[in-house]
Write a protein that binds this ligand. Structure first.
Ligand code: ADP
Ligand code: MG
Length: 452
């Protein structure tokens, strides 16, 4: 039997026992590349398949292989990406680089010193009519921190690039002069830090800390609404920095005059520098953002697909990003060009309200199928460890896609308390942002939900 025939027989047996969707997801583009010393080398297209084959299907594959050839003792899974990277000397690299296959969602580390995320730079920030004023003001701050626009106050709706822009300022200032003390703080963090300092009687120390900074960046300052103690402390910090010509940068989802329950004196401070808003990106800018994301991840997506996304997602750069990421994951896991029709299906729940096109049953079914676990009572109440994660993902998706209430979801899962559901939701939401593997699993589950 050739290696190819051997692998074909394995696949045909595996296929009998798992759903067609699972089969297509995990076994596409796999093959036996060689057999060395009774060890079978199986090549797989990406690290994601590798992990799944190792964790979920290894025993079955080995059993089948042994039954076909009793000499076989072990299996090793090796990622064999499609591309071969060209090395800097211009010669074709002989070593196949794993980097080519990675989907590129891995997060860079947030700096301990500044709390800035290095992924937010001006290099990957697209400028258009919607944000050019905020951009110009930012550049002016970068050139002469503390001089021109102090404070710089950037506002606009969620997902339009405020965090990206104000962090890019911090990163650029630091790059120009590494001795500058730059500090990025989300307002929620500022509030809890101040509350804790009051509780621990360490306010003096905190004050010193906050006032010994060259560039202070506070994100989502609207959260200070109604937080009197924080406002009080922040007011003094603001003044102290301002008097020393230190740069203050703030963001908010609205104009300072429209933030409720905030003291007049803070409002007037916020109004005292430069206020720049970020609007909704126009079509050309939306296209430019999509093109940039595909180039960053080194994939090409047909123009009609990009056009479809740019036409249908208009108000939020974050949604543009998740749409294109979804398309990229699909393309990479399926290893084929993506047609407009595929894209329409994949993006259905971003473009149309999910509750119109899916339901409770489809969501639960897709998850149990995906993880190959029995549905029914077991899934909802079993204490087995292997059910825990899929169940949390189910809670997350029921909330996110169908907007079911936490207590309603709790009832579906054997009368769980709504706080348990909230906990699960927050946990998975965080993992989705930060953990590449979970991100991809959820994306693949969504693909199933919306292709049912
Ligand atoms: P906000 O803070 O306004 O809610 P973010 O800064 O978090 O928005 O932006 C949401 C996502 O969109 C981020 O991943 C960000 O990198 C991306 N993004 C926003 N604006 C731009 C832009 N002009 N160019 C490139 N990417 C952008
Ligand atoms: Mg933000």
């Amino acid at each position: 039997m050739t290696n190819e025939e051997l692998w074909q027989s394995v696949l045909s047996q595996i296929q009998l026992n798992i759903s067609p969707a699972n089969f297509a997801t995990w076994f596409a583009n796999t093959k036996i590349s060689s057999i060395e010393n009774n060890e079978v080398i199986v090549s797989v297209p990406n690290s994601f398949s590798k992990e799944w084959l190792e964790q979920k299907y290894h025993k079955d594959i080995l059993k089948i292989l042994k039954s076909l050839d009793e000499e076989i003792k072990e299996i090793r899974y090796v990622v064999t990406p499609v591309n071969i990277k060209i090395n800097t000397s211009g010669k074709r690299g002989t070593k196949k680089e794993e980097t080519v296959e990675q989907l590129g969602f891995s997060e860079l580390e947030v700096s301990k010193e500044t709390n800035l995320n290095p992924k937010y730079t001006f290099d990957n920030f697209i400028i258009g009519p919607f944000n050019e004023i905020a951009y110009a003001a930012s550049m002016s701050v970068v050139e002469e921190p503390g001089k021109n626009y102090n404070p710089l106050f950037v506002y606009g709706d969620v997902g339009l690039g405020k965090t990206h822009l104000i962090q890019a300022i911090g990163n650029k200032i630091k790059e120009n002069d590494s001795s500058k003390k730059v500090r990025y703080i989300p307002a929620e963090k500022l509030i809890s830090t101040i509350v804790n300092a009051i509780r621990n009687q360490s306010v003096e120390e905190l004050k010193k800390n906050l006032r010994d900074i060259d560039v202070l960046i506070v994100d989502d300052i609207q959260f200070l609404a109604g937080k009197d103690k924080t406002q009080e402390e922040f007011f003094h910090t603001f003044n102290s920095l301002y008097q020393k010509n230190k740069q203050i940068i703030l963001s908010s989802d609205r104009h300072p005059n429209n933030i409720p329950a905030i003291t007049e004196r803070l409002k007037s401070r916020f109004n005292g520098g430069m206020i720049a808003d970020i609007n909704i990106p126009d079509y050309e800018t939306r296209m430019a953002i999509l093109k940039q994301k595909t180039e960053e991840k080194n994939v090409s997506i047909p123009a009609d697909v990009l056009d479809y996304i740019a036409n249908n997602i208009q108000k939020n750069v974050r949604e543009l990003e998740s749409a294109i990421n979804r398309i990229i994951i699909y393309k990479k896991t399926n290893n084929k060009t993506i047609e407009l029709e595929d894209a329409k299906k994949l993006l259905k729940n971003i473009i149309v309200s999910p509750s119109k096109i899916t339901n409770y049953k489809k969501i639960v079914e897709s998850i149990t199928e995906f993880y190959d676990i029995p549905s029914g009572n077991m899934f909802f109440s079993s204490r087995k460890k292997e059910f825990a994660r899929p169940r949390q993902i189910a809670m997350y998706l029921l909330k996110k896609e169908l907007k079911m209430s936490y207590s309603e979801i709790g009832r579906k899962f054997g009368g769980k308390d709504h706080t348990t559901v909230i906990h699960a939701f927050q946990l998975i939401e965080k993992e989705y942002e930060e953990n590449e593997k979970i991100h991809q699993e959820i994306e693949l589950i969504l693909q199933r939900i919306y292709s049912k």
